[in-house]
Design a protein around this ligand. Structure first.
Ligand code: IPM
Ligand code: MG
Length: 360
């Protein structure tokens, strides 16, 4: 009998529900073509959870996620919550679930499709063939470090966060990055700010130590400011990059522009225990909510990552990737990747087209 995979679906805010709907369409097409069973159970996270339950990450959502085989998340946040107490801002829901599930490794593949070369704001010769895997640490760093806050001292307000990494946190993300590098071109670039930050000096020391177990991998280190520049100057020098939470947040947005649009950047957040989570790297874009304009490909490709990493359904993941390629080849584009002579489609049509192009 076919396995039933339990998927917790957390659409969230803004365009989250719009793109998640397309991801579900594609997963349903996988069900029909390959005969797997997916059981989708919906839950609340972010602003909508604040509206309905008073908190951005209700207990039942945590329970649902923990009792599922994978979590499929849209996006959180809306300007209307900007004035909320920071403790219940929608973003807390996302950070909270990452922490609850211990999703320490965030994989963000920046892969340029040949069909989209002209959508990048950069010159073709630099971006054609770009294929970078950003491995971002996701449960440490200034995102979670204590102490933090805004206080009043000597009649002045002072704001502070703590950039902190424990050895075990660096070690586990480094091991995963090396393992990924082994499966790709055996090149790993670790990004830090070791010329200034103590936390980065420890980062580098631990990465070097882990490297001893992966003698085949060519390891390099780069300061984050230089990495930001090199990503634009010559992106093809990179294959796998590993970095901390905040640097990874910034560099992955930058990398998305190499491949044409933030709407193309999928992500998988992995752990060594329990379910993993899959979400597009973009935010909730509340101004575009419900307008049928945004690009669902990042979400659909995140679903493909779920098939691959959580369910070991490699052929099915490939079927999704091929469907995306085919639709782009056929000339269909959402507005963010639109170029002359192509056919403009909305979010929902893009989802339909990709679902229709799923084949065994
Ligand atoms: C991301 C987002 C989040 C982050 C925000 C929404 C909290 O920017 O997933 O990259 O900073 O991690
Ligand atoms: Mg970000």
């Amino acid at each position: 009998m076919a396995n039933t995979y339990k998927i917790a679906v957390l659409p969230g805010d803004g365009i989250g529900p719009d793109v998640i709907e397309q991801g579900i369409k594609v997963l349903k097409a996988i069900t029909e073509k390959f005969g797997h069973k997916f059981k989708f159970t919906y839950g609340l996270i972010g602003g909508i959870a604040v509206d309905e339950k008073g908190v951005p990450l209700p207990e039942e959502t945590i329970e649902l996620a923990k009792n599922s085989d994978a979590v499929f998340l849209g996006a959180v946040g809306d300007w209307k919550y900007d004035t909320l107490d920071p403790a219940i801002r929608p973003e807390k829901g996302l950070l909270g679930i990452r922490k609850e599930l211990e999703l320490f490794a965030n994989l963000r593949p920046a892969m340029m499709y040949d069909e989209l070369v002209s959508s990048s704001t950069l010159k073709e010769e630099y971006v054609k063939g770009v294929d970078i895997m950003i491995v971002r640490e996701l449960t440490g760093d200034v995102y979670f470090g204590e102490p933090k806050g805004i206080q009043e001292r000597n009649g002045q307000k002072v704001g502070f966060n703590n950039m902190i990494y424990w050895e075990y946190e660096i070690e586990r993300i480094a091991k995963l990055a090396f393992a990924i590098a082994m499966k790709r071109s055996k090149k790993l670039c670790s990004v830090d700010k070791a010329n200034v930050l103590d936390v980065s000096r420890l980062w580098r020391e631990v990465v070097e130590r882990v490297a001893k177990n992966y003698p085949e991998v060519e390891l390099s280190h780069m300061y984050v400011d230089n990495a930001a520049m090199q990503l634009i100057r010559n992106p093809k020098q990179f294959d796998v990059m590993v970095t901390g939470n905040i640097f990874g947040d910034i560099l992955s947005d930058e990398a998305s522009m190499l491949i044409g649009s933030l709407g193309m950047l999928a992500s998988a957040s992995l752990t060594d225990k329990g379910p993993a989570m899959y979400e597009p790297s973009h935010g909730s874009a509340p101004d575009l909510k419900g307008l049928n304009k945004v690009n669902p490909i990042a979400t659909i490709m995140s679903a493909a990552m779920m098939l691959k990493y959580s369910f070991n359904l490699d052929n099915e993941a490939e079927a999704v990737e091929n469907a995306v390629k085919q639709v782009l080849k056929d000339g269909y584009r959402t507005f963010d990747i639109m170029s002359e002579g192509k056919t403009l489609v909305g979010t929902s049509q893009m989802g339909d087209l990709i679902a229709e192009n799923i084949f065994c």
